[in-house]
Design a protein around this ligand. Structure first.
Ligand SMILES: *[C@@H]1O[C@H](CO)[C@@H](O)[C@H](O)[C@H]1NC(C)=O
Ligand SMILES: *[C@@H]1O[C@H](CO)[C@@H](O)[C@H](O)[C@H]1NC(C)=O
Length: 285
């Protein structure tokens, strides 16, 4: 069986594709997969949310292979992940019993066995093609299980609060409205594709409401700070603006939802990925 998850990320609706192949084998997963089903391989396509270092080898300003990125990643290695620690691809791989981390395809140390068990092709700042042709590009290639992570409440990331949230740094409501409009169209589109393409399963995964709840009620989810990142002032620093000259100010990164002004912390990614996988996995089977 082949699965594809397409994720739409926090800034500009860039897509992330997650393809996982399932066969019977014996690796332990922490989410409940159907009996006799495991996930030996995981392939991802998308932007900075699931980039594990492809941009290190690409000519772009969207980079993060320097401190303080990776502060909490396997002993403090800046790998090119836009996070203090693991990114969703890593967390999903672990949850599905696939492997601990998913390396970047362009990483020069990637081995043939990595390609077989899973790599990410994602690139921070990647663009977005029209939805329908892309999905039908994938269906024809054999994908039959396609899930989409919805657009998140993009108006609430720290940089958008700073740039568009007024003096009070409130969530930029026009951006959240745009995300909601996009999500309602996405969800309808997936319904109609599901009924028109034989044997296709298209699953809409609602990131918007869970992340908004984390941001509006951080304490309920074990977090303290939801409106600032940990890098520098927390208001604007991201990618090359978050570097060795912008020290990490948070006393406890794990109690913050955002690591930089744009990307969640590893702990916030975990708080999102686990329940969303748990709630939606059965829809693929
Ligand atoms: C799991 O696989 C075993 C061995 O192939 C088979 O006997 C069993 O019926 C399978 N269980 C389910 C629930 O498919
Ligand atoms: C940091 O925050 C996390 C999440 O709220 C909490 O579980 C942990 O105990 C905190 N660590 C310290 C050292 O306060």
């Amino acid at each position: 069986m082949t699965f594809l998850l397409l994720r739409l990320t926090s800034c500009c609706f860039y897509p992330t594709l997650l393809l996982f192949l399932t066969v019977a084998c014996s690796v332990k997963s922490s989410v409940k997969l159907p009996p006799n089903v495991t996930v030996p391989a995981l392939l991802l396509f998308g932007d900075s949310i699931v980039d594990a270092g492809n941009n290190n080898n690409i000519q772009t300003l969207v980079k993060c292979n320097f401190p303080p990125y990776g502060k909490d990643f396997e002993g403090g290695v800046p790998t090119g992940r836009f996070c203090n620690g693991k990114v969703p691809s890593d967390i999903i791989a672990k949850e599905l019993g696939n492997k601990d981390t998913v390396p970047a395809y362009l990483d020069s140390t990637v081995l043939p066995q990595d390609l077989v068990t899973g790599v990410t092709f994602a690139s921070g700042g990647a663009g977005f093609d029209p939805l329908t042709p892309k999905l039908v590009e994938l269906y024809e290639l054999g994908a039959r299980r396609i899930g989409f992570f919805s657009a998140p409440p993009i108006g609430c990331v720290p940089s958008q609060r700073t740039l568009a949230g007024g003096a009070g740094r409130k969530c930029a409501e026009n951006l959240n409205e745009a995300a909601k409009l996009f999500n309602s169209k996405l969800s309808k589109k997936l319904d109609s594709l599901g009924s028109s393409l034989p044997n296709g399963r298209f699953v809409y995964i609602d990131v918007y409401n869970l992340l908004l709840d984390l941001i509006q009620n951080p304490k309920k989810h074990g977090f303290q700070v939801a409106d600032k990142g940990c890098c520098g002032t927390g208001d604007i620093e991201v990618s090359i603006l978050c570097n060795q000259y912008t020290p990490v100010k948070c006393a406890n990164i794990s109690d913050h939802i955002f690591w930089d002004s744009y990307h969640p912390t590893e702990s916030a990614y975990k708080a999102l990925v686990s329940p969303l996988l748990g709630q939606n996995l059965n829809k693929f089977f």
